[in-house]
Design a protein around this ligand. Structure first.
Ligand code: 5AD
Ligand code: SF4
Length: 465
């Protein structure tokens, strides 16, 4: 379906394609924030090829599903979504259907065999080439697979342009490093996203300035292992902590965050950056995965639980109001009840404000998938439930410590909670629902909020005007 977009003459003059008749793309994303960032990137590239995003798949000329393969469940969700898309393709043979992302890299040709109605399959490293992929389908009509890794030294990004498909929100992600060299034995990411590659600092500063000039107040630096930033391949080497100091100098930027970190690459200089930089928000996501040294070793995490706890102790003493979150896997091959108890102990001791908890799922091609998947599903489920219950208690306790306090909240948009107007985040990355202040506040403003209650992972409070 074609849509004619109304535009000013000045804007038409800058547009690279004629007559401003835009096609529609429906984008669906599974998985992590890297995938969300990749989808945004594809939206930007496609916008400059004459596509605008639609939220209705029935209206689309092009449907892209950006997939995840980190756990089996993510794959199952993708296949059931494609089951539904098939009928759209049957009723509209001109519709282009593409599968992108980690499952594409992992399964390649197999996906075309399983879903012959697909037009193409791409991996995460082909994101920048999405417009070429669509052109190729249009000109040849032949299905194809385009995967593999871009080993070139230069991390290419499209030119920044004044024309954005939409203005950035108050909080924007910026990808600083792609891939991962850690090869944790359970993880498929090094196989789907390839080797680590950092983006040149100047490129990053340009992108961040661009986002800030268009309304972003907070930047979240993104990567599978951001602490490994700048170790290799840059024209001028720059360690991660230095990047933080340099980004913090960008005029207009109010808040800075980063995710995800790896304990082995997290440096003392980065702890110092938390102390020195007011805009670096007091939250750290530091995956622990397990509280047991034998399991950590089998996971190839390459640190002991004592080293992990020492690091956090140092961080907490430098930044007492820091909030911590983590990732946990239960039921890794060979994990005994006692090993699992060690994980619960660490969760108790650290007092994370939130955790992402997963039952181990063997992934094709990973070293752990060669081991017998020895923990029965029932046991995995029970352990998962125990971690979830423990975390809920801890989250409630952590939340209660904010009740009665005033917190600074960057407003991100409207709250969906009845009786509340806005929602946003405090420095410790808690969701905050805000009542009052409707005439004075807006998205992008920082509100001072008196916290009144905790509900689940959110704080609820009243704007102080
Ligand atoms: N099974 C379960 N959880 C996994 N994760 C990564 N691979 C697996 C797997 N095979 C989890 C880890 C990681 C997070 C992004 O996903 O906890 O930190
Ligand atoms: Fe996967 Fe480990 Fe790399 Fe994280 S650090 S992406 S868990 S291999």
């Amino acid at each position: 379906m074609l849509v004619v977009v109304e535009m000013s003459v000045a804007k038409i003059a800058r547009f690279p394609y004629s007559f401003c008749i835009m096609k529609q793309v429906y984008l669906n994303t599974f998985g992590c924030q890297m995938n969300v960032a990749d989808t945004d990137r594809m939206e930007l590239v496609l916008f400059h090829s004459g596509y605008q995003r639609t939220l209705e798949k029935e209206d689309a000329d092009l449907i892209l599903v950006n997939t995840c393969s980190i756990r089996e469940k993510a794959e199952q969700k993708t296949f059931s979504l494609f089951g539904g898309l098939r009928s759209l393709k049957v009723s509209n043979p001109d519709l282009i259907l593409g599968l992108t992302g980690c499952l594409g890299q992992q399964e390649g040709e197999q996906l075309l065999k399983r879903m012959p109605y697909l037009d193409f399959v791409m991996g995460p490293d082909q994101v920048e080439g999405i417009a070429q992929a669509v052109d190729r389908v249009r000109s040849t009509g032949e299905p194809f697979v385009w995967t593999g890794f871009d080993h070139g030294k230069v991390y290419s990004i499209p030119e920044l342009s004044d024309d954005l498909p939409r203005a950035p929100g108050p909080s924007a992600f910026v990808n600083i490093i792609k891939g991962c060299d850690k090869f944790c034995t359970f993880c498929v990411v090094p196989f789907t996203r390839g080797r680590e590659k950092s983006r040149e600092p100047e490129e990053l500063f340009g992108e961040i300035r661009h986002l800030v000039n268009r309304g972003a107040k907070e930047i979240i630096l993104l990567g599978q292992n951001v602490n490994s930033y700048g170790k290799r391949g840059l024209k001028n080497a720059m360690p991660f902590h230095e990047l933080l100091y340099r980004v913090a100098e960008i005029p207009g930027l109010q808040r800075l965050r980063f995710t995800t970190s790896h304990p082995n690459d997290f440096t003392r200089e980065t702890i110092r950056a938390y102390r020195d930089l007011d805009m670096l928000m007091n939250h750290l996501h530091l995956p622990v995965q397990s509280g047991n040294n034998r399991v950590l070793k089998a996971m190839r995490r390459d640190h002991t639980i004592e080293e992990y706890l020492d690091l956090l102790a140092e961080l907490k003493s430098a930044v007492p109001d820091i909030s911590l979150s983590t990732d946990i896997i239960v039921g890794f091959p060979g994990e005994t009840d006692e090993d699992f108890e060690d994980t619960l102990k660490v969760m108790e001791e650290v007092g994370y404000s939130s955790s992402f908890m997963f039952a181990y799922s063997p992934r094709p091609g990973t070293p752990a998938s060669e081991l017998p998947d020895s923990v029965p599903d029932e046991t995995k489920k029970r352990r998962l439930q125990e971690t979830i219950s423990l975390q809920s208690r801890r989250t409630e306790q952590r939340g209660q410590s904010f009740v009665g306090k005033n917190v600074a909240v960057l407003i991100e948009g409207k709250s969906s909670k009845p009786g509340y107007i806005f929602k946003g985040r405090n420095p410790q990355y808690w969701n905050v629902n805000i009542r009052g202040g409707e005439s004075l506040l807006r998205a992008g403003a920082t509100a001072h909020v008196q916290v009144e209650q905790v509900s689940g992972h959110s704080l609820n409070g009243r704007a102080i005007l």
